[in-house]
Design a protein around this ligand. Sequence first.
Ligand code: SAM
Length: 378
Amino acid sequence: MSRLVNWKPLAERLRSEIGEWIKTDAIREAFANTPRHLFIPRYLDYTFDEDAKRTRWVPVEDPDPDLIYSNTAFVTQVQPGAAGGTDMISTSSSSMPGLMADMIEELSIKPGMRVVEIGTGTGYNAAILCHIVGAANVATTDIDPELVESAKNRLNKLGYHPTFTPEEGSYDRLIATHAVDNIPYEWVRWLKPGGVMLADLRARNPMSHIAAWAIVTVDDNGTTATGKLLPPRGGFMGARRTLRHADHDVDTPRKYTDTARLRTRQVIHPKAILDDAEFEFFLWRSMPSAVWSRPWPPGKHEDPEDQRQVMTRDGRWTSVSAIDAGYMTPDDLWGDIELAYDKWTDAGKPGLDAYNITVNTDGHTVVELAVSGAEDTA
Ligand SMILES: C[S@@+](CC[C@H](N)C(=O)[O-])C[C@H]1O[C@@H](n2cnc3c(N)ncnc32)[C@H](O)[C@@H]1O
């Protein structure tokens, strides 16, 4: 049951809190005049059970509006991971308003433009877009029809009637609010020639923490799209491939159990190299099948003695400690990661801005490291 909320001063306060990401009046007005609490009647709070070493989600009904009008993301749906296990994984949320404003500004979304949003979720970002460009110019889509239905009801109550079925060749801008490891070609088709999209492009690895925003422009023929990566910013949850699972963990390899084959090696580079976001991106492109573990939640039980594991989907495995030893399969996975680190260092530690992105008609996103000419395909 939602209470009567004097939300205008709260929305104005939120607008001011995220002021550093807002440059234009239309976006300023949109945040100051959109009732966020209507889109988040309930959220899921997160606690970490130290004993069980797992995350627990606790529903918060009719949340405090003071909190809702803050620059905070709220998880609104969790589902079991497709790879098994007992942990529930977040599958929908209302993103941080500052992050939303940053994306909208980066795309230079202006009144009258036609915009398609991927990931309707609560509908709050769609409402912001409707305010800026007019609801008749907005399309928004989500894999989950129940989320779409709730968002539609909320938007309609505010007098907004965007479409939930994007049309081909129709939009000036596309904003993706879930991450992808390969930009779907459909997104190119939805944009007009010269249309621009922004999407968080990163490894399909639940432990990946880099957010590489790809900003990509469709060519004059409307067939391919090219662009660049922006410096690391806030990240989004991974894409789901199925409705009822948070299946961004589906490809996680099983833990290595063939202990008889393990041997110990001295590390040359410590496990901390995996914490460098820009090396992490380079490693993903050089070794797309690698999945690595990370202390979770970040900073909580981070013990320098903890081991860090890396696995590949074709069965390789290594565990690296902070001290000096790595326990490896005979194929020396950590040695290969160290070689990748040396290659990245020799190339001058290229940052995200050193990559060129092309979305080809065959549906592949090509990520090309401009400095070395190295090329690979997702
Ligand atoms: C961060 S939430 C979106 C937040 C939303 N824009 C808002 O303002 O509330 C990401 C959304 O992406 C959706 N999603 C995930 N995978 C998808 C896919 N393959 N296709 C379409 N939507 C997807 C999820 O269901 C989720 O609602």
